[in-house]
Ligand binder design. Structure first.
Ligand SMILES: [Ca+2]
Length: 518
């Protein structure tokens, strides 16, 4: 639909040729170049990957009577935070207006990256408004020597504000260019606008055909065998990538009073993949494999498996995952398969102690199921009927109020436990310890949160407490008249606090002990 003119002198200085057509055995696209546009917010596009085309073109209007002046300013191109981007950041190509003139940006890889054949894909959200003309395209690297349209042009996506439900994919070459290009439209249903959300625009460029797709759905195939008689097929040589946001021009016409500036053309990423020699029968690609699969056992009879979504979905979003479990790393023994929704973790409760389990995950989209991920392994923790607090003891100088001795303890496991809690003062003063300065009359309290569960100010020779102390081999209290304090309690699993203080303002050394009584 357009005459495309780029400034002269852009001969590639560093050129990477993709030998994709010579690959054999590869069955999925392999990433060879990308820009995720996830650099520092407010920085410009990576200068090792992109250069600017500046100004108004020669002749002015870039051959299309466009109205914008292209700049390298951060007011026209910058990395922005964008929650709708896959990685939270995108490139904004921002068109501005002032005094009836327009500025915008156009970046290209002519001197940094060119390729022949492969998948060229971008995830982008177009601006909105009459006169806006964002594009994602590629141009033959021999343009400076052979000119346009002999160099060839692949328009992966062009959009104009007058037809917001349409994007156009086009080929231009000698014999079919400008208004006579080979093109088709991808049209959103229900008059939805491409301005409203990110979409994935791609071409799969093979030696004998170029397949155009939007969100993983093919809408156009141009074959070398189908071009007009006597025309050229220049799509067998290196091309470079261009992103630009034109304002006005022959196709969209100028902005009108309804067009709001500034306007952003957001690009989440540009990726180039190598392809096998021929497309699959479906012409579309299943996702790449999920990443970072891990498995661990957080509790008895449970294994938590988690993973990351695949890097590449080739336009068709991941609709779910297939989780495979086996008891051998080759996935041949006791294999089970689970179909899951679009989740990235799964708690497997169907595991038994004594076995090691292996897990791997495949991603599913409307276009197929990925190869399985790398596998992860885990063995479930052994089941235990209960856990035990063996002993807690703390010695301190104890008074009242802020000088209380405070210790926390937890009753773990699934069941209630019998617990002996003791506060020793007089018993420490007696033989065989003979500790001087002991607390003469400890008071013991056990709390659950701020609730006092029990209080004791003297054990009075309680035979059950004596028996419990003997059962845990605590040193024996012998004087039933002593003011040592003790509580024998059955506690539900949970957290508790034991507090020792002096009863009537007295102070001294006290020992606090908590025992799990079998
Ligand atoms: Ca991004």
């Amino acid at each position: 639909m357009s005459v495309r003119i780029i400034p002269g002198g852009l001969l590639p200085t560093a050129v990477l040729f993709l030998m994709a057509c010579f690959r054999s055995g590869a069955v999925t696209p392999q990433l060879v170049w990308d820009d995720e546009f996830n650099g520092t917010v407010s920085s410009g596009p990576d200068p090792t990957k992109w250069n600017y085309d500046l100004g108004v073109g020669d002749p002015p209007g870039w051959g299309n009577n466009e109205l914008e002046t292209y700049t390298s300013s951060r007011t026209n191109s910058l990395i922005v935070a964008d929650p709708d981007a896959t990685d939270g950041k995108a490139l904004a190509i921002r068109a501005q207006t002032a005094g009836g003139s327009y500025t915008s940006a156009r970046i290209q890889t002519a001197s940094t990256f060119t390729f022949t054949y492969g998948r060229l894909e971008a995830r982008a959200k177009v601006p909105t408004g009459i006169g806006c003309w964002p594009a994602f395209w590629a141009l033959g690297a021999n343009n400076p020597t052979v000119g346009w349209p002999a160099c060839g042009e692949i328009d992966v996506m062009e959009w104009v504000g007058q037809t917001p439900s349409h994007i156009k994919g086009s080929l231009h070459a000698t014999g079919y260019s400008g208004d006579n290009s080979l093109n088709e439209d991808s049209v959103l249903p229900n008059n939805e606008s491409y301005s409203d959300a990110y979409h994935v625009f791609a071409v799969d460029w093979y030696a004998d055909q170029i397949i155009f797709s939007m969100d993983g759905v093919v809408y156009e195939v141009q074959k070398k065998s189908g071009i007009p008689a006597g025309s050229a097929w220049p799509f067998d040589a290196p091309f470079f990538v261009i992103l630009n946001f034109a304002v006005g021009g022959d196709w969209p016409g100028p902005p009108n009073a309804s067009t709001v500036f500034p306007q952003d053309y957001r690009v989440d990423y540009v990726r180039v993949y190598s392809l096998p020699e021929e497309p699959p029968a479906s012409q579309v690609w299943a996702p790449s494999s999920p990443l970072n699969v891990t498995a661990f056992s957080p509790a008895a009879a449970q294994i938590m498996v988690s993973w990351k979504a695949p890097f590449s979905t080739f336009g068709a979003g991941v609709s779910g995952y297939v989780l495979q479990r086996a008891t051998d790393s080759a996935f041949t023994q006791n294999v089970t398969t689970q179909s899951l929704g679009a989740v990235t973790s799964y708690m497997d409760t169907g595991v038994q102690k004594g076995s090691t389990y292996y897990y791997r995950v495949s991603a599913v989209s409307a276009n197929g199921t990925s190869d399985p991920s790398a596998s992860a392994q885990s063995a479930p923790l052994a089941a235990t009927s209960s856990s035990r607090l063996l002993n807690l003891s703390a010695r301190g100088f104890v008074g009242t109020g802020a000088n209380a001795l405070i210790a926390g303890f937890v009753v773990g496991g699934p069941d209630a436990k019998t617990v002996l809690v003791r506060a020793s003062g007089p018993a420490l003063a007696a033989s065989p310890f003979n500790v001087p300065g002991t607390l003469p009359d400890p008071e013991l309290q056990v709390f659950s949160g701020s609730t006092v569960l029990n209080t004791n100010e003297g054990w009075a020779g309680d035979p059950q407490i004596a028996s419990a102390a003997a059962s845990v081999s605590a040193f024996a209290w012998t004087d039933p008249a002593s003011n040592d304090a003790a509580l024998l309690m059955t506690l539900q699993p949970g957290a508790y606090t034991a507090v020792v203080s002096g009863v009537s303002g007295d102070t001294g050394v006290s020992l606090l002990e908590v025992y799990d009584v079998p």
